[in-house]
Ligand binder design. Structure first.
Ligand code: PMP
Length: 456
């Protein structure tokens, strides 16, 4: 039994990310105690199948001894080395080299951060510096997508398009602009791939015209929009957007914080369309969540411009923990696991997951099933023809999560009635089938909810 003192201490002292302080006081915490493979156990002994890999990150599953050993060994030998003063450590150098070798095109230079938000924030700083270095400092305007998520740093939260990350925080800044998402299920231009791609290209071109052709620095997009509700663009969308950026003379930043490291199939989702962005951000799967680490990939042409522009002046951007030896040692071990079978297993399991979720398409509440690889969602509606979202009274975010939890399943229950899935890539066929079976139970219980019934 979980001691009340732990719940009380949490209530009084621990601020949880993305939480309502008052709501959390009421609800209290559910403490996770241990985990193995795709399974979590909470402090009360409930076993939970983790259909969300923590927070889209524990790609290798829990309890991998070789990762634990890599961290322990590095901690014993050299727990910390700064990258300042031209110092460094072996795992940071080796991981940068390994990543650069595997990244698309000329993304040859790697800057390590602690996670995704500071990776995105670092791209903003580098891009501004790049334009300063090439004598175009007036290119200081940034564009991203509606429904996009690019972290919650002070500047990055303004590229993020989710209102909850703006209200009360004074963002977006006037230099941060949005264009509509491809959101196929609810796109006003319809769901024909060619039409949706053409609309996105036209929207970006029009936004650059509106802001001023010489003012725009960069366009940011996730290969699949994650926190906006797992929105999968039509094939060819990213290639068309990257090409448009090139024609407009602006940089293209691919935010692969969720999609990187096998989540959609290949190591990086950009590979699927042969896209080479000017910057790429990663985190999460980079260490499979075993240690905090993110990275910015910088294209060689950007690097050369910054290097020439700065000359012998130190570029004033640096974190104490950039290239942390323990995190990068973990990253090296996790990369070995990806290439030793985890990517292959993820691709196989991803096909089974999509087929399983598609089999839920007949359920009266399921309006849309979408995904690629081990990244998927179902969108709940009360009227399939009219695509009517669940009523706010049904509290989809909270009640769906609670129902899943009671059924021994962790999923991402978005407030708008979207259920997100991102299981560990190590899942067996049986575990994938179990995720689908438990989700079906959650759907049936949601259908029986009086607040849902009231509108059907
Ligand atoms: N970019 C994307 C696409 C993300 O999904 C996230 C986190 N979900 C971030 C950036 C921010 O990463 P972090 O939470 O590690 O700061």
């Amino acid at each position: 039994m979980l001691s009340n003192s732990l719940i009380e201490a949490d209530r009084e002292h621990l601020l949880h990310p993305l939480s309502s302080f008052r709501g959390h006081e009421r609800e209290g915490v559910r403490v996770m105690a241990s985990a193995k493979g795709a399974w979590l156990t909470d402090r009360e002994g409930h076993r939970l199948l983790d259909g969300f890999a923590g927070l889209w990150c524990v790609n290798a599953g829990y309890g991998h001894e070789s990762i634990v050993e890599a961290a322990a060994e590095q901690m014993r030998r050299l727990p910390y080395a700064t990258g300042y003063f031209d110092l460094g450590s072996e795992p940071a150098i080796k991981l940068a080299e390994a990543l650069a070798e595997r990244a698309p095109g000329d993304l040859d230079h790697v800057y390590f951060t602690l996670g995704g938000s500071d990776a995105v924030d670092s791209t903003i700083r580098f891009i501004r510096y790049y334009n300063h270095a090439r004598g175009t400092p007036e290119r200081d305007q940034f564009i991203s997508l509606e429904q996009g998520f690019h972290g919650s740093s002070t500047a990055g939260a303004g590229l993020t398009a989710l209102k909850g990350f703006h209200t009360g925080f004074g963002v977006p800044y006037e230099w941060q602009h949005k264009i509509p998402s491809h959101y196929l299920y609810r796109n006003p231009v319809g769901s024909d791939p060619e039409t949706v791609i053409a609309a996105s290209v036209a929207a970006l071109t029009a936004k650059v015209d509106e802001i001023g052709k010489d003012r725009v620095a960069a366009f940011y997009a996730e290969p699949i929009q994650g926190s906006g509700g797992v929105l999968v663009p039509p094939p060819g969308w990213m290639k068309a957007m990257a090409q448009t950026c090139r024609e407009l003379g602006i940089l293209f930043v691919a935010d692969e914080v969720i999609t990187g490291f096998g989540r959609t199939g290949p190591l990086f989702a950009c590979e699927e369309e042969g896209v080479v962005p000017d910057f790429m951000t990663v985190a999460k799967g980079l260490t499979a969540g075993y240690a905090p680490l993110g990275a910015v990939f910088m294209a060689d042409h950007v690097y050369q411009t910054i290097a020439d522009g700065a000359g012998d002046v130190a570029i004033g951007h640096g974190y104490t923990y950039s290239g942390h030896p323990v995190s990068t040692a973990v990253g090296l071990e996790v990369l070995k696991l990806y290439e030793g079978g985890l990517l292959d297993n993820g691709r196989r399991a991803g096909k089974r997951l999509m087929a399983g979720l598609e089999s839920l398409g007949e359920h009266p509440l399921v309006g849309d099933v979408r995904g690629r690889g081990m990244l998927a969602a179902i969108e709940l509606v009360t009227d399939k023809g009219a695509k009517t979202p669940l009523p706010a009274a049904a509290e989809a975010g909270k009640r769906v999560f609670d129902r899943a939890y009671k059924n021994g399943l962790i999923v991402r229950a978005f407030a708008q009635g979207v259920i997100g899935f991102a299981p560990p890539l190590c899942c067996s066929d049986e575990e994938i089938d179990e995720i689908v079976a438990r989700t079906r139970r959650v759907l049936d219980e949601t259908l029986a909810d009086a607040d849902v019934r009231a509108v059907m």
